[in-house]
Design a protein around this ligand. Structure first.
Ligand code: HEM
Length: 430
């Protein structure tokens, strides 16, 4: 009897996870804990209809992230791609994130070359300037939604700088980019989606051509000049994936970090008193509440068995990074946020693992370190404007790719007054 009740509770939970039920999206961790325990390679039937297996234990997740049986090249599974993305396989998706070796190896090598540690560190000054300018506007308005006023515009501006996109060209590019990211999983917006994808392809193609004609010391110039260079189509798709992979991830991570720190005054105080702990805190928060909740899709190119569960050829495989990062078999007291936790950078899976490990991790770390550093230093009394609203603002929806906040209302300097919102721009909405 007890066993039957347990099974039916598990079934209900799996069904809730499959359809993206709001209570699960608001706080997925108890459901993940149960799945890790009772059904670590769990079969889901999501609304897109493709049989999907969700992996929740740390060891399995780490193995699966670099398991060559799980392919990322969706050209080998176009029907699945159409079902999940509601889109044709666009040339923009023909990039490093959707490819397998040896093509992946070649694309990644070239991108890595241009993404050198020297280039990333060289951006420190500009990232600091952009951060300070955005925070100065927040200070002026005092009551702001930190997501739209700061967390989103910062990585967008950094990406535009990285690619050498002129200020004047940014609003239109960001507008179209926003259309794509907002309509990707929405079948009713197919026409809009295709028009925006075509526009971006054309516009990024022009950017590549302009950079070929007038190279400088920019990141894109390095890419264009690379010896085992990419062709124009590959360059456009690479710019697209960097935008796609580098903006919401970083924006949501900033929001997650601020919310969790504001809710833990003792951890916040520790960081204020010892700012050298901030880089470690960034890693711990990526572990504790990373902005990439589940990996991007992989599909089983051949039948694979994990912990006795057979994943049939063609099924989708998703790795629940958020679940793996709180596996008590791997991390002590995993549900506690401890900014002094040691040795975390090399173990957590928040930036993935293996072949597709996040290419932008050094840049993301730098942005997070500067963003948190400046916020803590310059706004010692920063406070949540409405703790209840923030706690309920987690992203909803059936696709648990991102874990982040829709909004984060804060008061920069409590007691000072001022209640206008910072004006919404294309960068705030992407
Ligand atoms: C806090 C911010 C970020 C987080 C949490 C994050 C997380 C991840 C994760 C988990 C993956 C692996 C996905 C998988 O295997 O399915 C990944 C891949 C990737 N990320 Fe990030 N990312 C962040 C920021 C960035 C930034 C700033 C960029 C670039 C500007 C970037 C570019 C990429 C690219 C290109 C890949 C694909 C690499 C490949 O396929 O070889 N990411 N990221």
């Amino acid at each position: 009897m007890a066993q039957a009740q347990e099974n039916s509770a598990l079934h209900e939970m799996v069904a809730a996870v499959s359809r993206g039920a709001p209570e699960w999206r608001t706080c997925p961790h108890p459901a993940y804990a149960a799945l890790r325990e009772q059904d670590p390679v769990c079969r889901l039937t999501p609304p897109h209809g493709v049989e999907t297996y969700l992996i929740t234990r740390y060891d399995d997740a780490r193995d699966a992230l670099s398991d060559p049986r799980f392919s990322k090249d969706m050209r080998g599974a176009l029907d699945t791609y159409h079902a999940v993305y509601g889109s044709f396989f666009d040339a923009l998706d023909d990039n490093v994130l959707f490819s397998d070796p040896p093509r992946h190896t070649r694309l990644r090598r070239t991108l890595r070359g241009a993404f050198s540690p020297r280039r990333v560190e060289g951006m420190r000054g500009r990232i600091t300037e952009i951060t300070e300018a955005l925070l100065a506007a927040c200070r002026e308005h005092n009551h702001v939604d930190l997501m739209s006023s700061f967390a989103f515009p910062l990585p967008i501006a950094v990406l535009c700088e990285l690619m050498g996109i002129r200020e004047a060209d940014r609003p239109e590019i960001l507008e179209q980019f926003g259309v794509v990211t907002r309509s990707r999983f929405d079948p009713s917006k197919k026409a809009e989606l295709h028009a925006a994808e075509a526009w971006l392809q054309n516009r990024l193609g022009r950017l590549v051509q302009e950079t070929r004609d007038h190279p400088s010391d920019s990141f894109l110039s390095d890419l264009v000049r690379a010896e085992d260079g990419l062709d124009d189509g590959e360059l456009v798709a690479s710019l697209w994936v960097l935008f796609f992979a580098g903006h919401k991830t970083t924006a949501y991570q900033i929001g997650n970090s601020v919310l969790h720190l504001l809710n833990r005054p003792e951890q916040l105080e520790l960081l204020r008193r010892a700012p050298h702990l901030i880089p470690g805190a960034v890693e711990e928060i990526v572990r504790f509440e990373g902005s990439v909740e589940t990996s991007t899709f992989r599909y089983a190119a051949e039948e694979a068995e994990i912990r006795g569960t057979v994943i049939p050829k063609g099924a989708l495989v998703q790795i629940a990074i958020s679940a793996a990062n709180r596996d008590p078999q791997r991390f002590d007291s995993p549900d506690e946020l401890d900014v002094t936790r040691e040795g975390i950078q090399s173990t957590h899976l928040g930036f993935g693992h293996g072949t597709h490990y996040c290419l932008g991790a050094p840049l993301a770390r730098l942005e997070l370190e500067i963003a948190l550093g400046r916020l803590l230093r310059d706004f010692p009394r920063l406070a949540l404007a409405d703790p209840e609203e923030s706690a309920g603002a987690w992203l909803k929806g059936p696709v648990a790719a991102f874990r982040g906040l829709e909004r984060l209302p804060v008061v920069m300097e409590p007691g000072r007054g001022g209640a206008e919102e910072v004006p919404v721009t294309a960068a705030s909405r992407v």
